[in-house]
Design a protein around this ligand. Structure first.
Ligand code: NAD
Ligand code: ZN
Length: 360
């Protein structure tokens, strides 16, 4: 067995108001390369207080990126890379402020400014040839674990798959719980559930181990307080907890793996553009036979926040769409391997996967 040798996040600044330290954090890195920073900010913040307080210097670039529609694409990264390099050359660093999609765009851009050709060439494990530039993640919504993972998930012409290598991981993360206070409740719920599902899937497969368990147990405990506890809901105390739950869930996953729910979710996102957290909820809702009590607990959380998920969606899907989703899902061999062990291929056929979609 080959054990993961994880290159963790370089530095973590955590706490309410820590965003205000971003300027001093960036300072020592500012002279590298062509001496400018690129800020990638979720366009929700355009014109808001946070945008006015960005620690920008005159030579820096800022892009407000629409984080609300499609998930990041390889073509988007290639265009952004070409534009930055042709305008000002190699940046000193890239700073991403937003949700999982902005985290992934930031990680991918940091790698692609030093690696030639299209990002499509690097979708997979350890395909990146050179380290990227310094990059910083400032999450503004919690749950994906993208702030700590070693992958930058991108949809390309043929697949949804991450640029995954040790250089993908952020050099610096700033975790300021105040930044997630403005997330709309539905989105807060769906992205938060991503963490809960990460921990459940991490724990129910052959790669689970004491490291994954230590972080995963703590993350699930925090999720229960945030989504089911006496003081459940969006409030400052829970913002602090959810931010850590997301980080710990990501760390649990790093040493283990996701499973059936994420494989199905990737198919939904690829074919219909369904957003990651929501797609996970759609799939997890129907996986009682795989994840048992955890699905019951998930239903309690749905009820607590009056979140209703659509039923009988599959009735509106064509056979071709269902097959297309199953094709995406079956390629995620590492997830099926984790969920069902080395003999997974005896069980997991296209038909088996299509039947999961037909339940939805
Ligand atoms: P997101 O980035 O998709 O953003 C969701 C919505 O929330 C957007 O409309 C955004 O504008 C809004 N938003 C973000 N912060 C806000 C704030 N503070 N106030 C108000 N609105 C705010 O959200 P996500 O669920 O964090 O990320 C999903 C993406 O993450 C997908 O692209 C998925 O592929 C990726 N992902 C990556 C990893 C990884 O390990 N790299 C893991 C899981 C998911
Ligand atoms: Zn996820």
């Amino acid at each position: 067995m080959n054990h993961i040798n994880f290159n963790n996040i370089g530095k973590i600044c955590y706490g309410r108001g820590s965003f205000n330290q971003l300027g001093e954090i960036l300072q020592p890195k500012r002279n590298e390369n062509e001496g400018f920073m690129v800020f990638l900010v979720d366009d929700y913040f355009e014109g808001k207080e946070l945008a006015k307080n960005l620690p920008m210097e005159s030579n820096d670039m800022v892009y407000y990126i629409d984080g609300s529609h499609e998930e990041p694409k390889t073509s988007q990264i290639d265009e952004l890379r070409d534009e930055v390099l042709s305008t000002k050359g190699l940046p000193a660093g890239i700073v991403g402020i937003g949700g999982g999609s902005i985290m992934d765009i930031t990680k991918a851009l940091a790698l692609m400014v030093t690696n030639e050709g299209s990002s499509v060439l690097y979708q997979g494990l350890n395909l990146i040839k050179k380290p990227g530039v310094y990059h910083v993640g400032v999450p503004t919504i919690s749950g994906t674990g993208a702030e700590c993972s070693m992958t930058a998930v991108l949809s390309g012409p043929e697949k949804k798959l991450g640029l995954k290598c040790e250089w993908t991981v952020f050099n610096q993360v700033v975790l300021d719980p105040d930044l997630i206070a403005s997330v709309p409740t539905n989105q807060w719920f769906y992205t938060g559930m991503d963490t809960y599902i990460h921990c459940i899937e991490s724990a129910t497969g052959i790669k689970y181990n004491a490291f994954s368990k230590a972080y995963g147990d703590q993350s699930i405990e925090l999720c229960r307080e945030v989504f089911l506890g006496e003081n459940a809901g969006q409030n400052p105390e829970n913002d602090e907890k959810l931010m850590l739950a997301s980080l710990f869930g990501g760390l649990s996953l790093t040493y283990s793996e996701v499973g059936v729910c994420h494989a199905l979710s990737y198919g939904l996102s690829y074919v219909f553009g369904t957003r990651h957290g929501y797609a996970n909820c759609l799939a997890f809702n129907h996986l009682h036979d795989i994840y048992g009590d955890a699905v019951n607990e998930f239903h309690e959380m749905l009820e607590r926040f009056n979140v209703t998920l659509p039923q009988n969606q599959a009735a509106g899907w064509s056979d071709a769409e269902i097959t297309a989703m199953a094709k995406i899902a079956i390629r995620l061999e590492h997830m099926w391997y984790h969920a069902f062990g080395p003999d997974w291929k005896n069980k997991v056929t296209m038909e088996y996967i299509e039947n999961f979609y037909r339940r939805m």
